[in-house]
Design a protein around this ligand. Structure first.
Ligand SMILES: [Zn+2]
Length: 707
C-alpha cells in the first residue's frame, strides 16, 4: 500500500492505517477480487469485513467514521471512481492461503469455503425463479472435512450469512505434463554448461510448454554493455512469464570476447539467440498454433526477425550470433511474434504504471546489467560458444565473431606487420605483441587521410628525409636543413637540436602533459611520460619510473620497444591497462578507448609537427611565393655579389655596385633577383671581353674603337 503513503500527507497515515488494518489489507492485491481489477466490496464496507479472510495477522482496530471516509476516498484515488483498476494487475503470482479461502470447480457448479485447515463449507448454486442457472448465487449446503475437488480460486460477494454471489474466478495452478526428457534438460543439451549457470525457472520449467500451448507465454529480452567498466564483455537478460499461472523463468549470461566484438547490439542479439533456442527446443514438445509474444527494445534485432531467410552480408557484424539466432527462428515450428517495446520506461514512469511487456523489458534490462556486474565480480564469463551454431571459425586461437573476411585480413595483416617490423629492425618479432595495436588502429582511423599517408611513409622510413633523397638525387646533400648535421634519418626528426625545433618539441610535449592532467590520467603516467619526452628517450623509462613501482612493467616494455616506437605511438598494452584501471576509480564517463585515441593522437602530433616545421623551412612558400631555401640562396648570392671588385666589371656596369644595399636587402626579393641577374650579366660581359682580347691581337684597337 505504498501508493497510499505516496499520495497522503503524513498526518493522515495513522488514520488510514487504522482502516487498513480493520479491513486486513496489506498488498494492493488484497483489495481486489479474483478478476484482478474489481475492488472487493468487503474491503470497502465495514459491515462486510467479517467475510474477509487474510493469511496474515492484523491487530484489532476500531476506526472512526472519519477513518473509513479517508479510506474510501483514498482507495478511489488509487483505483478509480468505479472502484476498478485498469489494466488488471494480472494473475496471482504466488500461492497464498488467502486466495484459496474460496474455491470452485471448472464448471462453477459449487463453491467451497475453507474455514480452517480441516473444516470446509460447501455452497450450491441456487436456481433462479425460472429454474435456469444464469444466476451466480450460492447457498451454504453443508460443512465437511472432505470437500469436493476444486481447480479455481473464487471471489465472492456476501449477500447474507449463508448466501454469496460468485464474482470471478482465477486459476490456481496448471497441470503440467511430465515429459520423458525434461524441457530444461533438453534446453541445456549440446551447449557449454556455463551458458546456463544464470538460469532460474519456477518449478521444473515444464510450465513453459503448457504456456506455449495456451498462448500465455510472454518473453522479453535485453542486452547490456558497459564499456566504461569493461569493453570486452556484454550481457543478456531473458524473462519468460506465463500470464495464466504467473510462473516466471529468467536467464542471464555475460560473454567475454574482445573490444572490437563486445557491444550493446551483441548483448541484444545474445538475448534473441537464447530466446530463439528456447522456441526451437520447445517446438519438439508443443504443436501449438497460437503465437508466443516476444518483446525487445532493439529495432535492429526485430528487423532481422522479420527477414530470417535473408542472406547475410560478408560485412555483417556479429554474424556468428545473428546467424544462429535467425536459424533457430527458422527451425522452430512454433508461431512467434516479435514486438518492439520502449526501453527504460521506469526512468520516467512508476513501474506499476507500465504495461506488462514494458515491465518485463525493465526486468530483462536489470537482469542483463546484474549478469554483467556479477560476472566482473566473480571473474566468470561465458565463452562465445552457443547451441546450434552451424560452424565456428577459429583464427589465431580466437573464435571469429565479426566477418570472416575482415578477421582474416586482420590476422594476415598482423603476421605481415610482425615480419616487416622485424625485418626493418623496428620491433623484434618476439616483442610485437607487447604493442597496443588495437588502440593504435582505432587512433589512426580517426586521423585525416593525409596524416595517415604521412604515418605510413614515416613508419616505413620512406618519407623524404635528406637521407632518402640523397639516395635518389646526387645533388641532395644528406644533412639536416635545420641544424646542419649530417645523416638526416627518421630518428633525427624527433631529436633535431635546432633551436626552433626544440622549442616546438617542448610546446607539443607540454600540450600532451596538460591534456593528460585534464583527462583523468594516472598521475605517475603523466610524470613518467613528461620526463621521457623531455629527455628525448635518452634516459630509460625504467630509470624514470624507479619511484613508481606501479609502472615498472610498463617502463621495462617501453624501453624494450625504444624511443622510435614511442614517438610513433607504438606503446605497450600494460600502460593502457594501468590507465584503464585508474579511469575506473575516477568515476568519469571517459572510456579507455576514447582516452587512448586522444593520447596517441597527441603523441603522433609531436612527431608530425617536427616534420611539418622541417618542411616549412625547406618547402613552404613565403608571401612572395618563393620557397624558404630559394629565399636564402638569393640572400646569400646577393651578399657574395656585393663583395665584387668594381674593377672586375666594365666601367659602364660599375654603377651596379653603387646601389643602396640596405634598401636592396630589405626590399622585395624580385629586386635582388634582378640585381643579381644584372651583376652576373656584367660579370659575364667582362669575362667575355677578357677572353676575346686574349684570342685576338687587335682587340685593344677594336675596344678603343668601341669605347
Ligand atoms: Zn637537425
Amino acid at each position: 500500500m505504498e501508493e497510499a503513503i505516496k499520495i497522503l500527507p503524513s498526518t493522515q497515515w495513522k488514520s488510514f492505517n487504522r482502516a487498513r488494518k480493520y479491513f486486513k489489507v496489506y498488498f494492493l492485491s488484497h483489495l481486489l477480487l479474483a478478476d484482478g481489477c474489481t475492488v472487493n466490496p468487503a474491503v470497502m464496507n465495514p459491515t462486510l469485513s467479517n467475510h474477509r479472510y487474510a493469511g496474515m495477522r492484523f491487530p484489532q482496530e476500531r476506526p472512526t467514521p472519519e477513518d473509513f471516509n479517508l479510506w474510501t476516498h483514498t482507495i478511489r484515488r488509487i483505483t478509480s471512481s468505479t472502484l476498478t483498476i485498469s489494466p488488471p494487475i494480472g494473475k496471482y503470482l504466488r500461492l497464498c492461503p488467502e486466495y484459496l479461502t474460496w474455491q470452485t470447480d471448472s464448471d462453477n457448479s459449487y463453491i467451497v469455503h475453507r474455514k480452517n485447515s480441516t473444516t470446509f463449507q460447501v455452497y450450491y448454486r441456487i436456481a433462479n425463479l425460472k429454474g435456469t442457472r444464469s444466476q451466480n448465487t450460492f447457498q451454504l449446503h453443508h460443512t465437511t472435512t472432505c470437500p469436493p475437488p476444486c481447480s479455481l480460486t473464487a471471489s465472492v460477494i456476501p449477500i447474507s450469512r449463508d448466501i454469496v454471489t460468485l464474482h470471478s474466478v482465477n486459476t490456481i495452478e496448471q497441470d503440467t505434463t511430465v515429459h520423458s526428457v525434461p524441457f530444461l534438460t533438453k534446453l541445456r543439451e549440446g551447449s557449454p554448461k556455463h551458458l546456463w549457470k544464470g538460469l532460474q525457472f519456477d518449478k521444473d520449467g515444464e510450465w513453459v510448454i503448457q504456456a506455449i500451448d495456451n498462448g500465455s507465454l510472454l518473453i522479453a529480452h535485453d542486452g547490456s554493455f558497459m564499456p566504461q567498466v569493461d569493453n570486452t564483455i556484454c550481457a543478456a537478460g531473458i524473462v519468460l512469464l506465463c500470464t495464466q499461472t504467473g510462473h516466471m523463468g529468467t536467464i542471464k549470461l555475460c560473454e567475454r570476447t574482445n573490444s572490437l566484438t563486445a557491444s550493446n547490439y551483441r548483448g541484444e542479439l545474445l538475448g534473441g539467440l537464447i530466446t530463439s533456442h528456447i522456441l526451437r527446443v520447445a517446438s519438439a514438445y508443443s504443436s501449438s498454433t497460437t503465437a508466443t509474444h516476444i518483446y525487445c527494445d532493439n529495432m535492429g534485432v526485430i528487423h532481422h526477425t522479420s527477414h530470417p531467410d535473408a542472406s547475410t552480408s560478408s560485412k555483417q557484424p556479429q554474424a556468428d550470433v545473428l546467424l544462429a539466432f535467425t536459424n533457430n527462428l527458422k527451425m522452430s515450428s512454433l508461431h512467434w511474434q516479435y514486438h518492439h517495446v520502449l526501453s527504460h520506461l521506469d526512468d520516467t514512469s512508476d513501474f506499476k504504471d507500465l504495461s506488462l511487456p514494458e515491465k518485463l523489458n525493465v526486468l530483462a534490462d536489470k537482469l542483463a546489467k546484474d549478469a554483467l556486474l556479477e560476472a566482473i565480480d566473480k571473474s566468470q564469463f561465458c565463452k562465445p560458444f552457443y547451441p546450434n551454431e552451424h560452424m565456428r571459425i577459429v583464427i589465431d586461437g580466437e573464435k571469429v565473431t565479426a566477418t570472416i573476411k575482415s578477421t582474416l585480413y586482420t590476422s594476415w595483416g598482423r603476421r605481415i606487420a610482425r615480419g616487416l617490423f622485424a625485418r626493418k629492425e623496428i620491433i623484434p618479432a618476439h616483442l610485437f605483441e607487447l604493442v597496443n595495436w588495437t588502440g593504435l588502429h582505432l587512433t589512426i582511423k580517426t586521423l585525416p587521410q593525409m596524416t595517415q599517408v604521412w604515418m605510413t611513409k614515416h613508419v616505413s622510413g620512406t618519407c623524404a628525409t635528406n637521407k632518402q633523397l640523397a639516395k635518389m638525387d646526387k645533388n641532395v646533400i644528406d644533412k639536416c636543413q635545420c641544424c646542419g648535421r649530417r645523416n638526416e634519418t627518421v630518428l633525427h626528426i624527433t631529436r633535431c637540436p635546432n633551436k626552433g625545433r626544440r622549442l616546438l618539441f617542448t610546446q607539443t610535449t607540454e600540450e600532451l602533459t596538460s591534456w593528460m592532467r585534464r583527462s583523468y590520467t594516472h598521475p605517475e603516467i603523466v610524470l613518467a611520460i613528461g620526463s621521457y619526452l623531455r629527455y628525448r628517450g635518452r634516459v630509460t623509462m625504467k630509470k624514470i619510473c624507479l619511484e613508481f613501482p606501479t609502472l615498472t612493467q610498463a617502463a621495462i616494455e617501453t624501453d624494450l620497444l625504444g624511443w622510435r616506437n614511442f614517438t610513433e605511438a607504438r606503446l605497450p598494452h600494460t600502460l593502457f591497462s594501468i590507465q584503464d584501471a585508474w579511469l575506473q576509480t575516477c568515476g568519469t564517463r571517459l572510456t579507455i578507448s576514447s582516452w587512448t585515441k586522444q593520447f596517441l593522437t597527441r603523441i603522433i602530433n609531436i612527431t608530425r609537427r617536427q616534420w611539418l616545421y622541417r618542411n616549412a623551412k625547406i618547402h613552404i612558400a613565403h608571401a612572395e611565393g618563393i620557397p624558404f631555401a630559394t629565399h636564402e640562396r638569393i640572400m646569400n648570392r646577393t651578399k657574395s655579389l656585393m663583395a665584387t671588385d668594381p674593377m672586375d666589371l666594365l666601367p659602364q656596369h660599375r654603377s651596379l655596385l653603387q646601389v643602396d644595399y640596405k634598401t636592396l636587402g630589405e626590399g622585395p626579393t624580385v629586386d635582388r633577383q634582378y640585381w643579381i641577374a644584372c651583376v652576373e650579366s656584367a660579370n659575364m660581359s667582362k669575362k667575355r671581353i677578357r677572353s676575346s682580347s686574349k684570342d685576338e691581337p687587335n682587340t685593344s684597337r677594336k675596344r678603343s674603337y668601341l669605347q
